[in-house]
Design a binder for this molecule. Structure first.
Ligand code: NAP
Length: 271
């Protein structure tokens, strides 16, 4: 098994999956393959030739990997992207477990069910699109998309059908769930978080759940503010663990040992 991406050296996928294989008593191993942009198809042909049972796919390969699949799930087709490839009798099957992994993490960390709830997603890239589709599929009343580039916000909001619309920072007040799905907050810059994010973080309040997909650092500037303002803060590690657990289930057909995977990640010192 493995993960392809660039950069990939700091990927936690092999750690997660190797902990799971140990817990399951499987003599399998996962490694990180540094694969540059433009080499997606070649890497996947290598997977086919070497009968690698499963690959996680991360930046910058998710869209190109989709094009190289023999078969795809409905979710992958709607997103036009895959983060999980399974070798099945010589055929490569592509799936996207990011959205389902996000919902599982949200349930675990905050007991939050998006059904009939008002949700706001900051960002319109690959991760945001997976979350927007998953929230809509889970029955969210509204999925408001706030993004730097308006055209991409429109396309992402369309994934949520009638529940989706493009919004702005002021919509944060009415949202019951706020999801931060851009790389903002990954490194602490000179400016404060309120200078960067396209929402007014001072409008966050008690009764909201605020989820940040960024997991490095574990406690992002947004989550710090959200906590200080009384909202329930959910970090990005949970989505990482659960999307990886779902991928493992696709590859092995076994129930993923989620607790062992969590423990492996928690044992890693935080940034
Ligand atoms: P992506 O496809 O490149 O999309 C990035 C998004 O962020 C776009 O909407 C982009 O806006 C926006 N953005 C980037 N820089 C910005 C800035 N300076 N100001 C405002 N908006 C900005 O990336 P992605 O794959 O969706 O990943 C987004 C984040 O989610 C990353 O930090 C990634 O590590 C994280 N992630 C976490 C998990 C997890 O398991 N926790 C899984 C996947 C991704 P434009 O449309 O205007 O360019």
């Amino acid at each position: 098994m493995g993960v392809i991406g660039d950069p990939i050296a700091h990927s936690l996928s092999p750690l997660l999956h190797n902990a799971a294989f140990d817990a399951l008593g499987l003599d399998w191993v996962s490694v990180a393959f540094p694969v540059g942009a433009g080499s997606t198809a070649a890497a996947l042909e290598g997977m086919r030739a070497m009968k690698i049972a499963g690959l996680s796919v991360t930046m910058p390969h998710k869209e190109q990997a989709y094009e190289a699949m023999d078969d795809t799930t409905e979710v992958a087709r709607r997103l036009g992207a895959v983060n999980c490839v399974t070798w099945r009798d010589g055929a490569l099957v592509g799936d996207s477990t990011d959205g389902e992994g996000f919902l599982a993490a949200l349930r675990r960390a905050a007991g939050f069910d998006p059904g009939a709830r008002r949700c706001l997603v900051i960002g319109a890239g690959g991760a945001a699109r997976a979350v927007i589709l998953a929230l809509a599929e889970a029955g969210a009343a509204e999925v408001v998309v706030v993004n730097r580039t308006p055209a991409r916000a429109e396309a992402a909001a369309a994934l949520a059908g009638k529940a989706g619309r493009v919004g702005s920072g002021v919509d944060v007040v009415d949202a019951e769930l706020v999801v931060q799905a851009t790389p903002l907050g990954m490194t602490r810059g000179e400016g404060s978080v309120s200078d960067e994010l396209p929402i007014d973080v001072d409008a966050l309040h008690v009764g909201q759940v605020v989820a940040d997909l960024v997991y490095h650092p574990r406690l992002t500037p947004l989550l710090e503010v959200a906590t200080a303002r009384g909202a329930v803060a959910v970090g990005g590690v949970g989505m990482l663990v659960h999307q990886g657990a779902l991928a493992l289930e696709r590859w092995t057909g076994l129930v993923a040992p989620v607790e062992a995977m969590w423990a492996a990640v928690q044992a890693r010192p935080s940034a």
